[in-house]
Design a protein around this ligand. Structure first.
Ligand SMILES: Nc1ncnc2c1ncn2[C@@H]1O[C@H](COP(=O)(O)OP(=O)(O)OP(=O)(O)O)[C@@H](O)[C@H]1O
Ligand SMILES: [Mg+2]
Length: 371
């Protein structure tokens, strides 16, 4: 199906089958629609989740809607394929699970594609990061640091990764690998890969790991992995350790240290023969920075820590030091949480590189502010 054809099938599916949620899909202030069976529909607006009055007539009507959406992306949802994970023709992302795997009827989450591209300026405006910390990330991108973006589900990892990609100096060759294409990257020398699921006979699967292997032979300057969640972790670590600077990826974890441990667990799950200790040293030398992002209880998304990975201690722990950290979470009178990740006093080990490149960002920038 051509792009136009799938868009028109999708629009027809919205009109004919998605009546109960069409107003939410059209409303730009709503970022996510969550359907838990025919009679329970939630939305996310400004980072907060609200229950709506909307509902589908019955399970059959909801299932018909999901099947029609699936059709617009050349997929189907039925007993043999009870899960759908796809990007819709308008750029939104859909995930659905049907009974019997789901016990509450058909479950769907639609992460709407934002028509307005988020910029670093918006990021500052939303209070997700301070201007100085943003400048530090910019410098780290310029210097080709290997960076992991870590956070919980829906915390804003993909959005931040897109923003970081936009800061890659021009003139490089970027290869992006994703499960379903989501990253919104504006760059002139960009190669994008998407994985493929196995067919009904269990054949033809192309994984992130396979694509990462191919990427290494395609002369990348930067490799970006949308979400590291499997055996590809091992190849990514190897790539970072064999001279591929400026690789980026996201990982689901609750702290920079947890992100490294998660990467380790994923890499150990690969069929490599590397020992746990060797892997820990490799991870510590591969990753330069971990950015921890979080959705706070006031609905805002904020960078809470930017940590530098300095090594692996013989005692058996990663040496991870925060360069910026949000220490206090205070609520303002309007209910919003005040505060940002601020300098901790740790001067990054690559300060010499910042000076050598004559970047006007001196060591005093990392001084801890008096509280
Ligand atoms: N800094 C921010 N301020 C406000 N909204 C944001 C911010 N970052 C992301 N968002 C919004 O939060 C939602 C989730 O963002 P995103 O898809 O980047 O999260 P994620 O961590 O990648 O999610 P997942 O774990 O599902 O992959 C999106 O609607 C996005 O527009
Ligand atoms: Mg994501």
């Amino acid at each position: 199906m051509s792009q136009e054809e799938s868009l028109s099938v999708f629009q027809a599916a919205i009109k004919n089958f998605l009546g109960p949620i069409s107003e939410f899909l059209a409303d730009d202030t709503i970022s996510e629609v969550m359907i838990n069976g025919p009679s329970e529909i939630f939305i996310e607006r400004k980072g907060k989740i609200h229950k709506t009055e909307a509902h589908f007539r019955d399970e059959d009507a909801l299932r018909a809607a999901v099947n029609n959406i699936a059709q617009s992306v050349g997929r189907r949802v039925d007993d043999s394929e009870p899960r759908l994970d796809a990007r819709l023709p308008d750029g939104s992302r859909i995930c659905a699970v049907i009974p019997p795997c789901s016990l509450v009827g058909t479950v769907v989450a639609i992460r709407k594609f934002s028509k307005t591209k988020m910029t670093f300026k918006d990021y500052l405006k939303f209070g997700s990061i301070t201007a100085e910390a943003a400048q530090f990330l910019d410098i780290s991108m310029y210097l080709g640091k290997n960076i992991l973006v870590s956070g919980g589900t829906g915390s804003g990892k993909t959005t931040l990764l897109s923003l970081l990609c936009g800061r890659i100096p021009r003139g490089q060759r970027i290869i992006v690998i994703e499960d379903s294409s989501e990253l919104d990257i504006d760059y002139d020398h960009l190669v994008r890969f998407e994985t493929r699921m196995a067919d009904q006979m269990g054949q033809g699967e192309v994984s992130i790991r396979d694509l990462l292997r191919s990427s290494l032979r395609l002369r990348p300057d930067r490799i970006i992995v949308g979400e590291v969640r499997g055996a590809e972790a091992l190849e990514l670590i190897n790539a970072m350790n064999t001279g591929h600077k400026g690789c980026l990826g996201t990982v689901h974890a609750n702290s920079p240290n947890d992100a490294l441990v998660r990467l380790e667990a994923l890499a150990l799950g690969a069929d490599g023969k590397v020992s746990e200790r060797a892997l820990q040293y490799q991870i510590a030398s591969a990753i330069d920075l971990v950015i921890q992002i979080s959705r706070l209880s006031d609905g805002s998304r904020r960078i809470v820590t930017i940590s530098e990975v300095l090594g692996f201690e013989p005692s058996g722990a990663y040496n991870v030091l925060p360069v910026y950290h949000m220490e206090r979470m205070q609520r303002g009178v309007d209910g919003r949480i005040i505060g940002n990740a601020e300098p901790t006093g740790h001067i990054p080990s690559f300060m010499g590189e910042i000076i050598n490149h004559k970047i006007p960002f001196g060591p005093e920038k990392f001084e801890k502010k008096a509280s």
